[in-house]
Write a protein that binds this ligand. Structure first.
Ligand code: ADP
Ligand code: MG
Ligand code: MG
Length: 888
């Protein structure tokens, strides 16, 4: 196996082997761009090292051969005393892991060669500056010395000299600093800084290998779902120097604006500096456009290279470059990160430039970006006072009064106040407070902290880990620098950027939602441009997708909105909402009924109300399918709370005026109380034990459909039975339903075709799908319940208690309620699809439940061959887009 590739040997498609950085350095080299010569050690070598604790035996010789070739090309030897070749040893994995792994610059400098470098460059200061940088970086990353010790020594040197920037230190100062740094290494690492250049290089290579497995790198990979076994490549790149004086410098640039996609000059430049100085922010950079004045020749060349790169990669690229005494060098490029809005704009811009086609444009955006664009946001033109910034944990813009405990959050929100719950970090006890709050702000914790996970699950705005905030829950206040925010002061938090503001920042609706709602009128040019791009991409997606997209909607208002968002029907209409409010009393009577006539009476009262709901719904969705699910939840949800009622009855009894109805109610409440309501009397079981309940609902649906037909409408109702576990249940309900439908046809004289199907949401249903398909014209996978029953945990009970621990331990990459668990739940779905279709080839198949609007899950449902996904109205555009991406 070959473990080392010269930059001239690789190309951009070899990211698995050469890492992103190495593959792109090779690509640029082969494009004829000015890249300092070098070579790349493969990820395979890294894997061998990590597996066995030793470099592969061939590696040393291969590195020697490539180093020889490099030395010949450069006309000098690594660390040569009178004129040293210096190299950088740079990490670079397949996926970019910013700041996670190591890079060491200026390898090859030693007590001897530093004077050679000084002579050759004619610049003492430069040589000693480079040497102190080497010892600092090497000491920190390779020898594990605390980096602060070097920083402190550097600060002291500046103070002693009464200067503020490192460029004001002279050669003599830097020489002293080198002595100091070497002492630090000796004391802290227990060894001398290595003087042998090859030893420096080999140790640096090994340390890059090892940096793959640091705790922070592991955690980052788990969060970003990057596989842990890829390993990193190592790039050995001959040094070029941006710190050789004012005609040298280093910078970063984008080939177009990563925030808007606009073409232009975007980047930062720093004169007389080495690469890491730009990121470290030790001196102020100038805008890249200023380089034109500083060094016109290099500037023009850079502009031309950026154009070459864009045309070649057919995408926005970001780059790192260095200018050494007027000579431009390219040190890195990659397809650059961009904001959600820019992703849409750039995709359409590139189509217009003829660089990519529409199918490719679809791959350049994703549903998560679209979802981000649909959140309301803060008015950017408003005057704001930013308090700090944390991690953008769950998007949205939330404004409210600061409260520092859940109890106050609940109390204030009950009295109509909007509140932001501010905690150092949250725990399961804060759940009710989090529900009550508009948004959640914490000063500790990352993307998998309790606050972040729970907020995302609830769709609630959250900023976490805003470390500048000093949260003092005891005194009910937080301090940020000199600003004190007391309980009740208004704050605004932006869950899309992580920014925290003092006071109320005005919120504006998303232009993309305005567009979907059909309310988009000409406003800011910027928004128009974004909307036009979204419009075009959605059109591509709709053209190519095979999956249809329906909405979960329970009433006409939601249905109409869903239609505007592009829904092609309703995949789930829950009827339980139709039993609440003032109708609750009728349901109580139904439950309490001892005798048939009592029950029939209650049902008779409910029938016209249900029917009216359906008429409205069928009208709103005229011409499109509407799947109505018969009553699903446990009955106790319609009854009073057991504790409250017990207390009421006990009090009444002590006063000796207990009323008969309350006593009956209490008995019923006791009878229906369940330890595990999720696994109790619900779904089809209700229909089987409460005579007349399902038939009343079927009658309401059928009569509503008949009424719509008489009004020249086109109702397309489908009746769905929930929580079926065996075909027998379905057969009984089916028989009764068919009889009722026949009666309605008979009595109204309207010909009705109502499809009857079932939800597949129990493992047994999935496992016996072949039998169930005998009695069902359609399946709708209820993946929420299926996930609960397959995993054996209830979402309501466990999400807040142990999911963060599971995420931190890497057991989940993401909650199985958010993205379908393909191996477990998904396997059941896949097998049930096959079995169902084997029994009934024209079986219609869909999914309802959160997963229907989750990007990754949509791809899965496309692959297993479902006909449609159904999701909440707001997620419909996301599902349309992802269905298009899955198909193209
Ligand atoms: P990261 O992945 O953290 O960006 P890099 O390997 O790109 O790490 O290197 C860190 C910095 O050092 C960058 O600014 C890069 O441009 C600079 N750098 C790396 N190699 C060289 C080199 N051979 N000559 C000059 N600067 C270099
Ligand atoms: Mg870099
Ligand atoms: Mg269910």
């Amino acid at each position: 196996m070959k473990f080392v590739y010269d930059f001239t040997e690789g190309n951009k498609d070899l990211k698995d082997l050469l890492g992103g950085k190495g593959a792109n350095l090779a690509e640029m080299t082969n494009l004829g761009l000015p890249v300092p010569p070098g070579f790349t050690i493969t990820t395979e070598a890294c894997k061998t090292y990590l597996d066995s604790g030793e470099e592969p035996t061939e590696l040393r010789d291969e590195v020697s051969a490539h180093l020889d070739a490099l030395e010949q090309k450069m006309g000098k030897k690594l660390g040569q005393a009178d004129d040293p070749l210096l190299v950088s040893v740079r990490s670079g994995a397949k996926f970019s892991m910013p700041g996670m792994m190591d890079t060491v610059l200026n390898i090859g400098l030693s007590d001897k060669s530093v004077t050679g470098l000084a002579k050759q460059s004619g610049d003492d200061r430069f040589a000693w500056d480079s040497y102190r940088r080497l010892i600092q970086m090497f000491g920190k990353t390779v020898l594990g010395v605390d980096g602060d010790l070097f920083e402190e020594a550097l600060e002291k040197a500046k103070e002693a000299k009464k200067v503020t920037v490192d460029t004001d230190l002279e050669a003599a100062d830097l020489k002293k600093l080198v002595t100091k740094f070497k002492k630090i290494v000796k004391t802290e690492a227990g060894r001398d800084f290595p003087q042998d250049p090859r030893e420096q290089m080999d140790l640096a290579i090994r340390s890059v290998f090892e940096s793959w497995n640091t705790d922070r790198a592991k955690l980052y990979r788990r969060q970003e779902r990057i596989p842990g076994d890829l390993g990193t490549a190592v790039n050995i790149c001959s040094m070029v120097f941006g710190n050789l004086g004012p005609d040298s410098g280093t910078g970063v640039a984008f080939t177009r604006d990563p925030a808007s996609g606009h073409q232009g000059v975007y980047g930062d430049y720093l004169q007389n500096a080495q690469g890491e100085d730009v990121v470290a922010g030790i001196r102020n950079t100038v805008p890249l456009a200023d380089l034109e004045q500083i060094d016109k020749k290099s500037y023009d060349q850079l502009m031309q290279i950026m154009e070459t790169l864009e045309t070649h990669y057919k995408d926005l690229c970001d780059i790192e470059f260095t200018i050494e005494r007027g000579q431009l060098w390219m040190l890195q490029t990659r397809v650059g990160k961009r904001t959600a809005g820019a992703a849409f704009r750039i995709a359409t811009q590139l189509v217009d430039q003829g660089l990519i086609d529409e199918a490719e444009a679809l791959q350049r955006v994703n549903g998560a970006q679209l979802a981000q664009l649909m959140f309301p946001r803060f008015d950017e033109s408003a005057k704001v006072e930013q308090l700090g910034r944390g991690i953008a944990a769950s998007p949205g813009a939330a404004v409210g009064k600061a409260v520092f405990d859940s109890y106050t959050a609940i109390k204030w929100s009950r009295s109509g106040e909007k509140v932001i719950l501010i905690r150092r970090e949250t725990n399961p006890d804060d759940l009710d407070g989090m529900i009550a709050a508009e948004g959640i702000l914490t000063s500790r914790g990352g993307k998998t902290s309790h606050a972040a996970v729970v907020a995302r699950g609830m769709g609630k705005t959250c900023v976490c880990g805003a470390e500048d905030l000093e949260v003092d829950t005891k005194r009910r206040r937080m301090t940020v620098g000199s600003t004190v925010v007391e309980e009740g002061d208004v704050v605004s938090i932006d869950g899309s950027t992580g920014k925290v503001y003092l006071g109320e920042v005005p919120v504006v609706p998303s232009p993309v939602v305005e567009y979907f709602e059909g309310r988009m009128h000409a406003g800011a040019d910027d928004a128009d441009e974004l909307v036009a791009a979204v419009h075009r991409i959605m059109a591509y997606a709709d053209r190519v997708r095979r999956l249809r997209v329906r909405a979960n909607a329970d009433n006409a208002e939601d249905a109409l909105r869903a239609r505007r968002f592009g829904a092609q029907g309703i995949g789930l209409c829950r009827t339980e909402h139709m039993f609440l409010g003032e109708r609750r009393e009728m349901v109580e009577r139904l439950i309490l009924a001892d005798a048939d006539d009592e029950r029939e009476d209650a049902l008779k009262q409910l029938l016209p109300l249900q029917k009216r709901d359906f008429v409205e719904l069928f009208e709103a969705m005229d011409g499109l399918p509407v799947t109505v699910r018969l009553l699903d939840p446990p009955l106790h949800e319609f009854l009073p709370d057991i504790t409250e009622l017990s207390v009421r009855v006990a009090l009444a009894e002590s006063r000796k005026d207990a009323n008969e109805n309350d006593l009956r109610l209490l008995q019923a409440v006791h009878r229906l109380h369940e330890q595990n309501p999720m696994l109790g009397l619900r779904g089809v079981r209700l229909g089987l034990v409460i005579p007349g309940l399902f038939t009343m609902q079927v009658r309401a649906i059928a009569e509503a459909a008949a009424e719509r037909k008489n009004a020249k409408g086109d109702p397309r109702a489908e009746i769905m039975i929930p929580l079926v576990g065996t075909v027998q249940e379905l057969e009984i309900v089916r028989e009764e339903a068919e009889q009722v439908i026949a009666e309605v046809i008979e009595s109204t004289g309207v010909d009705l075709k109502l499809a009857l199907g079932t939800m597949i949401e129990l493992p047994r249903a999935a496992l016996t799908a072949d039998q169930i398909a005998e009695a069902a014209e359609f399946f709708s996978f209820g993946t929420n319940d299926l996930t609960q029953t397959v995993w054996g945990f209830s979402r309501d009970d466990v999400e807040a208690s142990f999911f963060t621990a599971y995420l931190e331990k890497g057991i989940f990459g993401v909650s199985p309620f958010e993205t379908i668990d393909k191996d477990g739940v998904g396997k059941l779905v896949k097998d049930a699809v096959k079995a169902g279709r084997a029994t009934r080839p024209d079986l219609k198949l869909g999914v309802c439940g959160e997963h229907g609007g989750d990007p990754e899950s949509v791809h899965f449902f496309h692959e297993v061959g479902l006909d449609y996904v159904s999701c909440s109205p707001f997620r419909i555009p996301v599902a349309r887009l992802e269905a298009g991406r899955a198909a193209s």
